[in-house]
Design a binder for this molecule. Sequence first.
Ligand code: ZN
Length: 308
Amino acid sequence: MHSYYGKVAMPKAELHLHLEGSIQAETLLAIDPALSAAEIQANLKCRTFEEFLRGYIWITGKLQTPAHYALATRHLLERLAAENVTYAEITLSAGVVLWKQQDLAAVYEAVWKESQRSRVRTYWILDAVRHFGAEHGMDVARFAVTRREHGVIAYGIGGDEARGPAEWFRDVFAFARDGGLHLVCHAGETCGPESIWAALAIGAERIGHGIAAARDPALLQHLRESDVPLEVSITSNVATGVVASLEQHPVRQLYDAGVPIVLNTDDPSFFNTTLTREYELAERTFGLPVDRLAANSFRYAFAAPARD
Ligand SMILES: [Zn+2]
């Protein structure tokens, strides 16, 4: 067993972390001093997946300039450095930037520059909103491949997996892969195992959440044998209600089935968590070996970093 502070000190990588979902009151008040604490709290609460999506849209509406995105990045990286996250692949909702009709090139430039100033070795995952459709997804992919030499390491899709099936993105994923990017896909969070199979079929190399795999023995075997990790975010799944309670989270079952697991925070501001806290939960509630999970976080990082 490690103490809480032992887990803070342990070098960790964060692979599934949304910039917009990591914004705290400190950043929001700097951007908009007229905001009240009550308004921030009301929008950051999360009891259902729908409530989370509403809050996420509210927060992205506050990010109106590249400088706002840069400030959010700086504050996030300060917090990650403080808990010894030494490597991060941060997801920028590039699709939402386009949807807001903002200048994606300027926003990306701002966050990338800011991340280069941090001692946390940082790469970016640009993701599209899957229920906006394949054409939207291709707009994000076209931009993402142009920044491959400038910090973008992967392309992904997030949003509502029921209203935006992975099959729509077959050509988009192929385009991003041919452009030199890795591929990630949220799947099996709010939908069943079939959504994970569909993500694998279009080439996803890591699955965001993927907890529905616990219901499909053939899929567990496939993930184990093909060494495809699940980016598990325990607190997120409880907060959005996709699992009924903490005790019912299938992380232990997934681990025992030999599926590679990486722990993440997903949207720490909404879920009131940190990566250290996720490791604490994994050990205390599920008896998982945190040294092995921390090693996995580096092993499944796309840039194969050193641990210091
Ligand atoms: Zn996510």
